[in-house]
Design a protein around this ligand. Structure first.
Ligand SMILES: C[S@@+](CC[C@H](N)C(=O)[O-])C[C@H]1O[C@@H](n2cnc3c(N)ncnc32)[C@H](O)[C@@H]1O
Length: 254
């Protein structure tokens, strides 16, 4: 079955609105109802909607994340890109994730694994699972993702998976379940705001055993190019979280 078409509407302030042919109507908060025919005809151009003017483009991977609503903390493109590379996630990968939250990271994972891959996301809160499902539908990637309501630490049904990605506050509780689920050489990735959480996670990873354990913080600084001059953005270099990655092994050096 063909995947839905997804468009992004960008207003003059850079605000993004995602429109997917998979949602019941092209209902866009703040812009009203739009016909997909009209969007297709306006691709690459400015479209006047009521008293607003928006640029219509096919949605990029970034749009599919940043065009979604969010609840609680989300993982944005800066950290998602690093997780994908360091956890070796690409076309055809089978990935288990927890928790789904607002599904921002789920969208990045589903984009990366492609139509031949699979993402299984565990979320223990039914209200967040429902919110994640709506966001996935809006992103056009719902068909690539299986949503399970439950505690990932209680066990992962999927076996021989390529990667397990944990964005939960206590990933050390799920390290055993992740090890059991992964194929040999498969990757685990965790995302944590505090150093204390990283320490506890790394200790659990060493015991499992996982090897090739690395922790990174990604710092991104944008350059503003203007007629009046070019300079680094004043936007704060805010801390998001530490990414820890490791690979499943059967032995480790002592
Ligand atoms: C920080 S949010 C995840 C945000 C998500 N990565 C995103 O980009 O939108 C953490 C989520 O993990 C869920 N969670 C926490 N512990 C969990 C567990 N043991 N199993 C499954 N879900 C869990 C929480 O309910 C919450 O929705």
């Amino acid at each position: 079955m063909a995947e839905p078409e997804v468009y992004v509407l960008i207003d003059e302030r850079g605000q993004r609105y995602l429109v997917s042919s998979d949602t019941r109507m092209a209902q866009v908060a703040g812009l009203g109802v739009l016909s997909l025919e009209k969007l297709r005809g306006a691709l690459g151009r400015r479209l006047v909607v009521g008293d607003r003017s928006v640029l219509v483009l096919p949605a990029s991977r970034r749009d599919r994340m940043e065009g979604l609503e969010r609840r609680a903390q989300v993982i944005g493109p800066k950290d998602a890109a690093a997780i994908l590379f360091h956890a070796d996630i690409g076309p055809g990968s089978v990935v288990v994730e927890a928790g789904a939250g607002s599904a921002w990271l789920t969208v990045a994972l589903a984009s990366a694994v492609g139509a031949q891959g699979r993402v299984v996301t565990y979320e223990e809160r039914p209200d967040f699972a429902a919110f994640a499902e709506e966001n996935l539908r809006r992103s056009g990637l719902r068909a690539r993702v299986e949503l399970r309501v439950g505690d990932v630490a209680a066990g992962i049904a999927e076996k021989d998976v390529d990667a397990v990605v944990l964005d939960i506050p206590d990933p050390w509780t799920a390290v055993g379940a992740a090890w059991d689920s992964l194929r040999v050489g498969g990757s685990i990735a965790t995302f944590l705001p505090n150093v204390e959480q990283v320490r506890q996670t790394v200790e659990a990873l060493r015991k499992a055993p996982f090897v090739e354990i690395r922790t990174l913080e990604i710092i991104e600084r944008e350059l503003e190019v203007r007629e009046t001059g070019t300079k680094p953005s004043f936007a704060p270099l805010g801390h998001t979280g530490y990414i820890t990655t490791a690979r499943k092994a059967l032995d480790r050096f002592l």
